[in-house]
Design a protein around this ligand. Structure first.
Ligand code: S6P
Ligand code: ZN
Length: 195
């Protein structure tokens, strides 16, 4: 991999970077078990498999001094009352942070740590969120019409641990209620109901 400095453009109109290594598209079918309303999830899949989010990433060598970075685009939509969102993950090396900078749209970063604490931070253009070390994170698009576009950067040795979230879900769900969003308990995550 090139070890020289480089520059790039964030192509806002196209929601992509002028240079990147990977472009991941996550369709609804890749989020099996993540949305609380399984009937709504299955019903939606019967009529298609929309792309829920996309990620353009500039990869870097897997070492602590590097900074992989990219663009995350969560499309608008809902499964039942729950907004479209990313899978969410811990970093495999827990002691690693991440920064998200919102470029477009309106969303939430939902976070939780292994001690059972949770937090949300709103994402609006110009707003930056610092995901502290040890906090799992998921981006959620609160808009009915607009993409949520964020720029992220994290340490090269962080790695991604999806398993804990896939197994238990987040402690909280973010749902649409009376025209606004609410953060509610995830009864599945608390172990009351098996997913
Ligand atoms: C990487 C960073 C983002 C996410 C992206 C998709 O540490 O947090 O690049 O990978 O927002 O989310 P997820 O949970 O599917 O990786
Ligand atoms: Zn991350």
């Amino acid at each position: 991999m090139d070890t020289h400095p480089f520059g790039m453009e964030i192509l806002s109109c196209e929601n992509r970077l002028s240079r990147f290594h990977t472009h991941i598209c996550r369709p609804l079918s890749a989020l099996k078990g993540q949305f609380a309303d399984q009937a709504a999830y299955n019903q939606m899949l019967r009529t298609g498999d929309p792309v829920v989010y996309e990620v353009y990433e500039v990869l870097r060598p897997v070492v602590a001094g590097e900074l992989p970075h990219g663009l995350s685009i969560v499309h608008p939509g809902r499964v039942g009352d729950e907004y479209f969102m990313t899978k969410g993950h811990f970093h495999s090396v827990r002691d690693t942070a991440e920064i998200y900078h919102c470029l477009k749209g309106h969303g939430l970063l939902l976070m939780q740590n292994e001690g059972g604490e949770w937090a949300t931070e709103e994402l609006r253009p110009g707003r930056l969120v610092y995901v502290a070390p040890g906090w799992a994170h998921r981006s959620i698009n609160l808009s009915e019409t607009e993409d949520l576009v964020t720029f992220f950067v994290y340490p090269g040795h962080a790695g991604h641990d999806y398993e804990a979230i896939e197994r238990r879900g987040f402690l909280k769900l973010v749902v649409q209620c009376d025209g606004t969003f609410r953060v509610v308990d995830n009864r599945v995550g608390s172990g009351v109901v098996e997913r």
